[in-house]
Design a protein around this ligand. Structure first.
Ligand code: COA
Ligand code: MG
Length: 303
């Protein structure tokens, strides 16, 4: 089978706010919130008897009040169920940026959905994202990530789900997430091996913003691109924690400028004020500058 590499267009994903699709009051608030993306949830936050109404809410939302300039994902129920298959039809009708699959445990979970999207002629820009939130999901994460290289697989990234993972593994919630870190880093590693994005788990205590800020800093240090959120109060701390930091940005500009000089043609390493910089960092620097520019532009538009 031919291989291809997902074009994960550079976009900030510091803050992906989850909203129960049944909650009209919360849906109405979204236009005024400064999160980088929204996860419209049809899965665990919507009671079984409310799923139809929740889908209808999304159809209305996407036709009447589309979120411009923000990433949109719809989290569906497992497509092995009738509910999940109906959710996927709603996704195709709403045309968000991505469908987020719960409890992904093997590559076929991605391929099955990709096949349905292909059959429905869904645009190639409709990506699939995977929640990694079960023991099997963690154990198989490299194989799942590899699915992104299969023609038509559409896989864009992973979101960690610690509420499910803690439940399944019986590892209790503790400050610092000590015993979960090795599993989280496995997911980060698998994502990077295949050019995928990776988002840290929700934090349930939305009134404890100090604890949340500390968890964001930890997630950032582990290499996550951003965090899934449950409450508007978490947006600002997440945006701050996962934004390109000023020193890194200044360095990125320096690297780009240094390698753009005529005398740098043919050089892979340069002495920049007593420090070695390498051409291999130009790509990373360019990405960081692009991310910062998008964030600045949104700030300017809001002002
Ligand atoms: N998205 C958008 N707006 C939200 C929101 C969210 N996720 N969570 C709360 N709000 C709004 C509320 O509607 C309220 O608006 P109002 O001032 O117009 O009434 C305001 O923010 C303050 O909310 P607050 O009173 O502090 O909380 P709440 O009791 O209304 O909601 C939760 C608390 C936890 C029920 C709610 O935040 C929620 O449902 N979060 C998402 C849960 C989810 O998606 N789970 C699945 C993934 S783990
Ligand atoms: Mg879950």
């Amino acid at each position: 089978m031919a291989e291809f590499y997902v074009d994960n267009t550079v976009r900030p994903r510091r803050s992906l706010l989850s909203v129960p699709a049944i909650n009209l009051r919360a849906l109405a608030k979204l236009g005024s919130l400064d999160c980088d993306g929204v996860i419209f949830d049809l899965e665990d936050s919507v009671a079984p008897e409310m799923k139809d109404e929740a889908r209808d809410n999304l159809l209305t939302f996407f036709t009447q009040t589309p979120l411009i300039g923000r990433e949109t994902m719809i989290r569906i129920n497992p497509v092995s169920t009738n509910v999940g298959r109906d959710d996927l039809k709603a996704v195709i009708a709403c045309q968000p940026n991505a469908v987020l699959l719960p409890k992904v445990e093997q590559p076929s979970d991605i391929h099955d959905v990709a096949d349905v999207l292909a059959e429905a002629d869904a645009a190639d820009t409709l990506k699939i994202w995977a929640m990694i939130e079960t023991p099997k999901g963690i154990l198989n994460v490299a194989a799942i990530a590899e699915a992104s290289h299969t023609l038509g697989a559409r896989l864009g990234g992973f979101v960690i789900g610690l509420n499910d993972l803690r439940k399944e593994t019986r590892v209790p919630a503790q400050p610092g997430r000590t015993y979960l870190v090795p599993w989280l880093m496995q997911v980060v590693l698998a994502a990077r091996a295949y050019g995928l994005e990776v988002i840290d788990s929700v934090s349930n205590d939305f009134r404890d913003l100090d604890g949340f800020t500390a968890e964001c800093a930890q997630g950032r240090a582990m290499g996550f691109d951003g965090k899934m959120l449950i409450h508007p109060a978490q947006i600002e701390p997440a945006n701050r924690a996962f934004a390109p930091d000023e020193d890194a940005l200044a360095e990125a500009h320096e690297i780009i400028a240094a390698f753009a000089k005529p005398e740098s043609v043919g050089l892979n390493v340069i002495n920049s004020n007593g420090r070695m910089i390498e051409r291999l960092h130009v790509g990373q620097a360019t990405r960081l500058v692009a991310l910062a520019a998008i964030i600045d532009q949104r700030k300017a538009e809001k002002a």
